[in-house]
Write a protein of this length. Structure first.
Length: 484
């Protein structure tokens, strides 16, 4: 292996920076929704604890939002620096949704998040509440445009080849935006983001409850987070099922690799693999533990237990001889991704989500009102340390999504090896890779430190009784001017 290979280093750099940036994205998507809900409840009821929850988790949201901006800027520069051949080939199509994300969605959310931060006690309460809901819409719209760009790489739609045949050109922007991969990725992404935000909320609440602080306020957020985790998992499961059907239709090799199905199978033979050991050359199976019929059921839109699933070897033959013979020599006749990465990332994705949800279910039981025993100290520790489980599931899910597409950078149109910048030496990519890794490590420490400081400080102290209305509600004039 050439450790100064520009392709290898460019892939590592893009993968690491993308995963690091995506640490912040789901927390922004999920936490913005929770804050909007808390502020809405406060607006409707006037109960002080909902205002405090809004402000407390609002601080965490803003810290994370700022860090996401810093790390996200780097992403788009890489397309021109390390992947210029790719950018020239599909920039006309791929760049359009990214441009909409930057010019419309990002500025949309940035404007209204500014109004929300500095609008306390300056805007009418209803207008101020609307700013956070518009911020939620902006963050979700931003996510959709980015997913639409990624969906083009998974399932190219809405393009036509140029007259000289050297680049893809935009033919139908609406078709790009309504790519079935993007339409199914969005609910899957948002529901997984809700799970991660819920995990952070559970951890922050458990930290205070384990120390006997802010009991009423933190118990409310704890129970909210536990329910949000479970609801998020149900949504992840349902949306993931639909995304799987689209994946079978658009990228059957990815599904075959995810299940280590080497030869096409039907019915009982189209089984879901719990554990599998393959041959060294990746063309056969040595031993596996499987559940009959499950994969056939999951992979067919008609939910047919006798349905069929295409295998890796049969798909390789189809790609090599009929669909993509012009690329066969470049990949040595093997269009399958790295099987062990695809196979295990798919399972780790599900495993982390199931574990986080199981903890949430247990948490609801042990913190119920009728519980006869107090929550043990070790239970609080589990509640605190479960925070990153959903995030781990999200990250390995993206590894599955992107690694399962290989060897394509744009499925059926361009191989990954053809997309790298031709005149960028490996040592320059290595220097930037090391530099970004160090900088991101420092930013990670700063991010965690700021969030932990915010969690440790907790919600501000409740106002004095004289500051409340006769109904026990906080006076509007006493609302601080910002969330800081």
């Amino acid at each position: 292996m050439d450790f100064l290979d520009p392709l290898l280093l460019a892939r590592w750099q893009f993968g690491l920076t993308t995963l690091y940036h995506f640490i912040f994205v789901p927390l922004t998507l999920g936490m913005s929704l929770f804050i909007a809900i808390f502020q809405t409840v406060w607006y409707r009821t006037g109960e002080v604890k909902w205002l405090h929850l809004t402000r407390f988790f609002g601080k965490i949201f803003l810290i994370n939002f700022a860090m996401g901006i810093v790390t996200g800027i780097v992403q788009e520069f890489q397309f021109g620096m390390n992947w210029s051949s790719y950018s020239r080939f599909v920039g006309d199509v791929f760049g359009a949704p990214l441009a909409f994300e930057g010019l419309m969605a990002f500025f949309f959310e940035a404007t209204f998040i500014g109004l929300w931060i500095f609008g306390w006690n300056k805007l009418p309460r209803g207008i101020h509440l609307a700013t956070i809901w518009i911020t939620v819409a902006g963050t979700w719209l931003s996510a959709y445009f980015i997913l639409a760009a990624n969906a083009f790489m998974q399932n190219p739609k809405g393009y036509q080849m140029s007259t000289e045949g050297h680049r893809a050109e935009m033919a139908d922007f609406w078709e790009v935006l309504t790519n079935p991969v993007a339409l199914t990725q969005l609910p899957h992404t948002l529901s997984s983001a809700i799970m991660f935000a819920a995990g952070v909320m559970i951890a922050a609440s458990a930290w205070h409850l384990s120390r006997g602080r802010n009991l009423d306020t933190m118990r409310t957020s704890l129970r909210f987070g536990l329910w949000a985790m479970i609801i998020g998992f149900v949504a992840v499961f349902l949306s993931g099922d639909q995304l799987g059907l689209v994946m079978v239709q658009t990228q059957p090799m990815k599904m075959a690799a995810a299940e280590a199905i080497f030869n096409s199978a039907c019915g009982a033979n189209a089984s879901f693999s719990l554990f599998s050991i393959g041959t060294p050359d990746g063309t056969g199976e040595v031993w596996s533990l499987r559940v009959p019929y499950v994969l056939a059921f999951l992979s067919t839109s008609t939910r047919d237990f006798n349905g069929c699933v295409e295998g890796i070897n049969d798909l390789n033959n189809l790609y090599t001889t009929q669909l993509f013979p012009q690329f066969a020599d470049q990949v040595d006749g093997n269009f399958a991704p790295i099987l062990w990465v695809t196979y295990w990332s798919f399972r780790w994705m599900m495993g982390f989500g199931l574990l986080a949800t199981a903890i949430a279910v247990a948490g609801l039981w042990v913190t119920r009102k009728g519980a006869k025993r107090p929550v043990a100290g070790w239970m609080w520790k589990i509640a605190i340390w479960q925070a990153p489980l959903a995030l781990f599931g999200i990250l390995v899910g993206w590894i599955f999504t992107e690694m399962g597409r290989q060897p394509w950078i744009v499925f059926g149109l361009m191989l990954t090896q053809d997309g790298v910048s031709p005149n960028v030496p490996g040592w320059t990519v290595l220097i930037s890779l090391v530099a970004f890794t160090l900088i991101y490590a420092i930013l990670a420490v700063v991010e965690f430190g700021l969030i932990f400081k915010t969690v440790r400080e907790g919600p501000q102290a409740l106002p004095d009784p004289d500051d409340l209305t006769p109904e026990g509600h906080l006076k509007v004039d006493d609302v601080p001017s910002t969330v800081y």
